[in-house]
Structure formats: structure tokens, C-alpha cells
Design a binder for this molecule. Structure first.
Ligand SMILES: [Zn+2]
Length: 355
């Protein structure tokens, strides 16, 4: 994830205040803590219905998050026993695993986008080491085999909650879900993960955008156990899907509620356009591996070099560079070639000249 808009630091951190925020009548945002300093927190939204609450996203399964959820619910006169169901935007740990823990304890059903089925299948059956295999293969092909080794060991230390992964009760397809008087439209938005969904309440003008559209950072692309051919293409297509909805208030999973889904989608599209141009312009007739390309690009809003990032974020950065290169190859602007175990890229001058 890369912060890409510079705003006043204090204002930027306001959303982390654990006090629940009443977004509108019947919708409360409760930020929950998560490990690591990049994302800071994950927002869970509690939606009132006559017999209790629907949660959108569940949080990261760790005791501090569970305690903060209890405090947040208490502050609005509820408790975890009022939760009737949990709708989860995607199968990343910070959104899904606390939902599983709550379900074990209290029995409410969990719903997740149908496109996450393969990932959940892998996460519930494979050992943590094997789970990172697609990322490791990507890194080896990107010319970063040392990092691939390092990444293989990352998951070991995360937590012992291998069993925090279970199947949901329902796989969500495009549909509408009634939450009291509210009607949520389930909109598949593959890209951040294959089965990511957002929930639109067009009547109230709200978009529960998960990690698909975030106000301050650009979501990582295609970081998941089972990878797809061109996650960036999927992501850009999904941004177009959200852009065709009415302009809605953005209720993201990380960051503050912000006024315009359209404005943020336009910024994200412009960011990726610029990134595609920068990636393309770096290339010449000299073959470069994706890790070398990533090393020539700036990362985060501070323009850090790849070496300044920790191993996990280096992995995301190289993954994103591969995603951009894949789109450029499909567009005919860049050529790829397998040299041994490594894919290298050159600018397709001849093709551009002819077109
Ligand atoms: Zn997230």
C-alpha cells in the first residue's frame, strides 16, 4: 500500500481515534487496531437493523481488536451478541479473521464474495509456508530470489492462528441485501483480491468500499494466495464499475470517511496511468527484470527507494511493478522474455513505431 496524498498529519490520523463515529443515522464506524505501522487500523461498520446489527468487515483476529470492538459496541449501547451477521469485503486477514473468531463464539453467519472461494480453499488447507508460494514464484521470476526466501519465512511469525481461516456461511454473488430499511447492493470489484466486493447503499448515498477504493493510499494489487493473470487490469475495470455508480460517500476499510467516491476513483485511475507511463519510460532495449524496474521507481508518497521498504512491502512493490508490466505487455508497449528463471522486459519500440 502506498500513501500518495500529502495531507496534514494530525488530520490524517483523526480516523484512528477508537471512539465510534456515527457516519449517518444507523451507520457507525468502529476503527480496530492491527499489527504493523503501514495501515494502522481497519474500519468495521455497524449497521442497525430492527433485531440487532450487521457488521461490514470483521477486523484482524487479535485480542486488542476484539476488546476495542467490544468497547465500541458498548459505546453505542450494543454488544457483540447483537451482531446478526458479518459481511466481509475480501479474504485478507485484517478483514476476515476476527469475523471467524466472533462466529465461533456467537454463531452469527459470515458472507464473503464468491470470487474468494479459491483463496479460502487454499488458506484453509495449505500450510502457511506453502501459502506464500505464489508470491515467492512471482518474486523469483522478478529476479528477487533472495527476497523470495525471506518472504517464505514471513508468515511464520505472524501469529499461530492458522485455524483463523474457515469457510464463510454464504458466498456473495451480485445481489441486494436488506439491512432493516436499507438495501445494500453487492458489487464484485476484483483487483485488490479476486473476490473483493463493495456494498453500495445508493439511496442513502453510501459506498462501503473495503480496500477497493481507499482515501489516502492505493490498494496493493493481487496480493493473495491464488493469483490471477492480470490483477491490475481487473482492478482498473472494477474502478470503472464503481465510477458508473452514482457519486457516493466513501466508507473505506482504512482511512476516514470521505465525500466523493468519484473523485477518489479518478485520482486512483490517474495514479495508475502515471505509474504505467513511468514504468514504460524506464524501459529501453536493455532487458530488465521486474525487481530492477521496481528499484528504479519511487515508493510511498515520500518517494522511498525499494531498499528502504521492509521485506513485506518490497514484495508488494515488486508485485505491483509486475502488475503494471503485465498491463503494458498486453497493450503491446513492452515485450517480455523468459531468460532462465527470470522474466525480463524491454520496450517494444518497433511495435509502437508501427502502430
Ligand atoms: Zn485491508
Amino acid at each position: 500500500m502506498k500513501p500518495d496524498i500529502d495531507v496534514d498529519r494530525a488530520a490524517r490520523d483523526e480516523w484512528l481515534d477508537p471512539t465510534p463515529e456515527i457516519v449517518t443515522d444507523g451507520v457507525v464506524r468502529i476503527p480496530l487496531p492491527m499489527p504493523g505501522d503501514a495501515l494502522r487500523a481497519v474500519n468495521v461498520y455497524a449497521l442497525a437493523q430492527p433485531d440487532g446489527l450487521t457488521l461490514i468487515d470483521g477486523g484482524w483476529a487479535m485480542p486488542e481488536a476484539r476488546a476495542q470492538l467490544d468497547d465500541g459496541l458498548y459505546a453505542i449501547g450494543e454488544d457483540a451478541r447483537s451482531i446478526r451477521r458479518i459481511l466481509v469485503t475480501h479474504a485478507h486477514r485484517d478483514h476476515y479473521t476476527l469475523a471467524v473468531v466472533l462466529r465461533r463464539e456467537l454463531g452469527m453467519p459470515i458472507s464473503l464474495g464468491a470470487g474468494e472461494r479459491q483463496s479460502i480453499e487454499a488458506l484453509t488447507t495449505l500450510s502457511p509456508l506453502v501459502r506464500f508460494e505464489s508470491q515467492r514464484a512471482l518474486l523469483r521470476a522478478a529476479g528477487a530470489s533472495d527476497l523470495a526466501e525471506l518472504v517464505g519465512r514471513l508468515e511464520e511469525g505472524v501469529d499461530p492462528w492458522v485455524k483463523a481461516w474457515e469457510h464463510p456461511d454464504t458466498w456473495l454473488e451480485p445481489s441486494t441485501i436488506a439491512v432493516g430499511d436499507r438495501e445494500l447492493t453487492v458489487v464484485p470489484t476484483p483487483g485488490h483480491t479476486q473476490g473483493h466486493v463493495v456494498f453500495a447503499d445508493t439511496e442513502a448515498g453510501l459506498l462501503f468500499s473495503g480496500d477497493h477504493v481507499l482515501p489516502h493510499i492505493t490498494p496493493s494489487i493481487g496480493f493473495e494466495t491464488v493469483s490471477t493473470a492480470s490483477p491490475l487490469r481487473s482492478f482498473l475495470e472494477s474502478l470503472a464499475v464503481v465510477r458508473r455508480l452514482p457519486d457516493l460517500r466513501l466508507l473505506p476499510a482504512h482511512g476516514p470517511v470521505s465525500p466523493s467516491s468519484h473523485r477518489r476513483v479518478d485520482e486512483l485511475v490517474a495514479h495508475h496511468d502515471a505509474r504505467l507511463r513511468a514504468t514504460s519510460e524506464l524501459l529501453s532495449e536493455v532487458p530488465l527484470a521486474a525487481a530492477q524496474v521496481a528499484a528504479c521507481l519511487g515508493w510511498t508518497r515520500h518517494g522511498l527507494s525499494l531498499d528502504d521498504l521492509d521485506a513485506f512491502n518490497q514484495m508488494l512493490a515488486i508485485g505491483e511493478t509486475v502488475a503494471h508490466l503485465t498491463v503494458l505487455v498486453a497493450a503491446g508497449e513492452v515485450r517480455s522474455r523468459l531468460e532462465g528463471d527470470v522474466v525480463t522486459y524491454t520496450r517494444a519500440y518497433a511495435e509502437s513505431a508501427r502502430s
